[in-house]
Write a protein that binds this ligand. Structure first.
Ligand SMILES: NC(=O)c1ccc[n+]([C@@H]2O[C@H](COP(=O)([O-])OP(=O)(O)OC[C@H]3O[C@@H](n4cnc5c(N)ncnc54)[C@H](OP(=O)(O)O)[C@@H]3O)[C@@H](O)[C@H]2O)c1
Length: 173
């Protein structure tokens, strides 16, 4: 669902974007950076619940490409200890502010956000995915709406933002 966001950050933002999924199939579906653009996509097939591999990859990525400026994390439950592992590996290389954008599903809107340890350089944002109500009917967000909403949240820098709505909750799809 964040495939378009990944290619957009690379194409429009000129970023080097590391992308994780477990399977090569998912990574191959991601698309590519337009020719002539400076940004790059670097795919990596790993399970982020394998913390040893995850930590090695984040460390290796930063050794090759430099400290991470931005992490967009959509992590299936359990979010911890995955998020903490990412934060500590980034902090090991990064000694100036960086951004963590945590994307959470509809139920995340009523739960407290993941704690970011005090004393880190991490500036944390949270994007809650809701649903759409159109002409009296509700539906889940499309992949494009999710990618667009997260892109706008990154640009706005708002601590908490919402794509779609959570109200009225009784009408969720
Ligand atoms: N609010 C809304 O409108 C809305 C809309 C759609 C979905 N959702 C919710 O969003 C949640 C996520 O849906 P989804 O899974 O279908 O999202 P998805 O974006 O299609 O899949 C998640 C991505 O993460 C990868 N991934 C999953 N587990 C991983 C792991 N352990 N390690 C590394 N990569 C991993 C997947 O690739 P691999 O499978 O290759 O690992 C895939 O590329 C669901 O709960 C769904 O109900 C909400």
């Amino acid at each position: 669902m964040l495939a378009t966001l990944s290619t957009r950050l690379a194409t429009d933002g000129g970023m080097t974007v590391g992308v994780i999924a477990r399977t090569r199939d998912s990574l191959e579906r991601m698309g590519s950076v337009s020719p002539g653009k400076v940004g790059r996509l670097i795919p990596m097939a790993l399970d982020y619940h394998d913390l040893t591999r995850l930590r090695h990859w984040v460390a290796h990525f930063q050794l090759m490409e430099g400290p991470l400026d931005l992490v967009v994390a959509w992590i299936h439950e359990p979010v911890e200890p995955v998020l903490s592992a990412i934060i500590s590996e980034v902090e090991a290389y990064r000694h100036m502010p960086w951004h963590l954008v945590e994307v959470v599903g509809s139920r995340g809107g009523v739960q407290p956000g993941s704690p970011v340890p005090r004393g880190t350089w991490c500036l944390s944002q949270r994007v809650v995915l809701g649903f759409m109500v159109e002409s009296g009917f509700s539906r889940w967000l499309s992949h494009e709406e999710i990618s667009q909403g997260v892109f706008e949240a990154i640009q706005s820098g708002q601590l908490q933002s919402m794509v779609g709505t959570l109200e009225p909750w009784d009408e969720h799809p």
